[in-house]
Design a protein around this ligand. Sequence first.
Ligand code: PLP
Length: 362
Amino acid sequence: MPAEVLAQAADEMLDWPDSKGERCGMAVMEMSHRGKEFLEIYTQAHDTLRELLAIPENFKILFMQGGGLAENAIVPMNLSALRASKTQRGSADFVITGSWSEKSFHEAGKYCDSRIAASAKDTHFHSIPDAASWDLSDHASYVHICSNETIHGVEFHSLPDLQSLGSKAQLVIDFSSHVASRRVDWSRVGLAFGGAQKNLGPAGLTLVVVREDLLGHALEACPSAFNYQTVADHQSMFNTPPTYAIYMAGLVFQWLKRQGGIDAMEARNMAKAQLLYGTIDASGFYSNPVALACRSRMNVPFFLHDASLNDAFLNGAQSAGLLQLKGHKSVGGMRASIYNALPIEGVHALVQYMQEFERTHG
Ligand SMILES: *Cc1c(COP(=O)(O)O)cnc(C)c1O
């Protein structure tokens, strides 16, 4: 979270001020989600996000709950039948580029025929299989990718153009961990989803952006609260939405605008990533195994050449105020998550610490 946003939320915590600065006598958490105060918060968050991410008018923005993992089930419940007849089980293709897309593939299998169109598992998820080599099915309703693999640090720097690959399937992207860090080419996307907690705000809010013409194909068994059509018809208020998380995300959206919008954030994120990868590559002490063309700008896994120094590295980092650097247990080593809210000074501090550690332990 940007520190500025946390300070604003603290100031507004007990008595929320409306857009004219008038205090309303209530905390956001105490508001009715149908009251005019919350409606103002919701509308501003919704409209600012559309503007920031340049989301075309024919896409619905849904504020849901359940996180990225729930969407792994909700997406196939809503989209797998798009291109299937009433009696057929729908199907979906998956491109496996790390743990998150692998999870999505397994979960979808409960609701449709989920197929692997390509996988980088054999090469330890160090690269993205070339889209021209994907084995796309003729009748898949959609192709799922995780556009930024949070654990393996692998990012799609451009989205595949399924149409030009001869596919009639819709592209579904899990953009949980890099949403709002860069532009999205909506002309290639049918649906994008993401948990809010990496780049947008607190946990509890899940963002879904879906093209209107994909609505209305949910499986019979799909819970009403998870039916995109129902959620869209009720402006994300079919049931009580995660109001406080929407409010916080709204403050982050306004903060992003003040930073200069998504293009400015993208430039900042590129500079941050270059600084960190540059330091890793220039050293003989640290390494990152991911192919240059698909290194994540948000999540940077790196390894010390001598893994027995890991604990010393982490302890020293902690003392220097550099927190949460331990890599995911499935990968080991270190991982620096350098999300939008982290200023470049944070990366400078990390790089300085890394160089100092190398000098004293190398
Ligand atoms: C964090 C993350 C999720 C998270 O799911 P939750 O259900 O919100 O915990 C899903 N996909 C990706 C790529 C993530 O990074």
